[in-house]
Design a protein around this ligand. Structure first.
Ligand code: ZN
Ligand code: ZN
Length: 391
């Protein structure tokens, strides 16, 4: 295989072994205590001016302050793993049953630790650099928790950057676009309540079966019914349940779960409102009670033009292969939330065309991306903040 210069930037053995250590001990969203402690210890060795811990639960931030006026530039990675059993057999596979680093956040953390090591060598010439390890990305709670932490004011950035590795794209290729980049998303759990009865006398109860069926039919078609631009929004059925698994009972309850996604927060909120309205209307017509619960709210990710220009300059200068991102991604990234406080730039870094997909049980972050990831972040950081001569 011929490696391009960009891909041939190998990470140190220490960073690869850090990545493998993190991979062995994944922690779930909101529970990242040990991971955060490990990261804080790693950062300590890279001599930042300040380390903040416990940010919005378990977030950790290292601050490199030049002492000279200039912008604050934040780089973000994620601390959490997933509640999925890993099936890989390599030596660094998860040691914790039912939990795995199957989104590559272990690799993103290694990249940020590599950036910290570069900053220890040569600090920014102006402004400040903040390396943020955020908790609970997978549930969409962590970024909001970090921003709500009153200490966030001390690290409030002008620019915020993040990367996500992405299987399906050539290894080491960089993809970015200005404007909408990742969809807004939220889970809606709908509970329909009627009345159970003996299966021999269904007429004595009130089964939600037909309303459940109509909702399962109608909800995914809602964007089209409402005349949304094709590709800008979608409602996906993710789970449904009717009564209990018993032949003797006519059911009195049903659950239907959907995720409601859209290209921006406004359209997503509108679609969510319409989904609830439809469920309420059909439930009432059927004489049923209806309740809603909302879960895992992700803001849409919007890439700022100036931030994208910095990412593109880095990719060009470093000789990275480029992939065209024509349409925004339909998946969501909690990083979108930082768009409310900073000029944000998120880019994807290809994990290989045939690589197992994110959240698949055999996914593993490609170590070849650690060096290129560091190079991208460092270039962007120096581009904005410059470099002091090493001591
Ligand atoms: Zn993920
Ligand atoms: Zn992820």
């Amino acid at each position: 295989m011929i490696l391009t210069d960009f891909l041939s930037r190998a990470a140190s053995a220490e960073l690869v072994s850090l990545r493998h250590d993190l991979h062995r001990k994944p922690e779930l969203s909101g529970e990242e205590r040990d991971t955060a402690a490990r990261i804080a210890a790693e950062l300590e060795r890279c001599r930042p001016d300040e380390i903040l811990t416990g940010l919005g639960t378990h977030g950790v931030a290292a601050v490199y302050d030049s002492g000279v006026d200039g912008p604050t530039v934040l780089f973000r990675c994620e601390l959490d793993g997933l509640p999925i059993t890993e099936i890989s057999t390599f030596g660094w596979r998860s040691e914790i049953d039912g939990k795995g680093h199957l989104c590559g956040h272990d690799g993103h953390m290694a990249i940020m630790c590599g950036l910290a090591a570069q900053l220890a060598e040569s600090r920014p010439a102006r402004g400040r650099v903040v390396l943020l390890f955020q908790p609970a990305e997978e549930t969409g709670a962590g970024a909001a928790d970090v921003i709500a932490d009153q200490r966030f004011e001390r690290i409030r950035p002008d620019f915020a950057f993040a990367l996500h590795n992405l299987p399906g794209l050539p290894l080491g290729s960089v993809g970015v676009r200005p404007g909408p980049f990742t969809f807004a998303s939220e889970g809606l759990a709908i509970r329909l309540s009627g009345r159970t009865s003996h299966a021999a006398q269904p007429e004595a109860g009130l089964s939600p079966a037909s309303v459940l069926g109509r909702l399962m039919e109608a909800l995914p078609g809602l964007p089209e019914t409402l005349g949304h631009t094709p590709g800008h929004s979608l409602v996906t059925l993710s789970h449904a349940r009717l009564g209990e698994a018993a032949f003797g009972i006519s059911p009195g309850e049903a659950d239907i779960w959907v995720t409601v996604r859209a290209i921006d927060d406004r359209l997503q909120a509108e679609l969510m409102g319409e989904a609830e309205k439809l469920a309420r209307r059909l439930a009432e017509a059927g004489g049923l009670g209806v309740d809603f619960d909302h879960h895992e709210n992700f803001a849409a990710g919007h890439n700022d033009e100036a931030a994208v220009a910095r990412i593109e300059a880095a990719a060009t200068a470093l000789g990275a292969d480029r992939v065209v991102v024509g349409d925004p991604f339909r998946w969501s990234e909690d990083f979108g939330r930082f768009g409310s406080v900073a000029k944000t730039g998120l880019f994807v870094l290809g994990s290989g065309e045939d690589h197992p997909r994110l959240h698949n049980p055999d996914f593993d972050f490609p170590d070849e991306l650690i060096g290129p990831g560091i190079a991208m972040f460092e270039y962007i950081m120096r581009d904005i903040c410059g470099a002091q001569a090493p001591d």
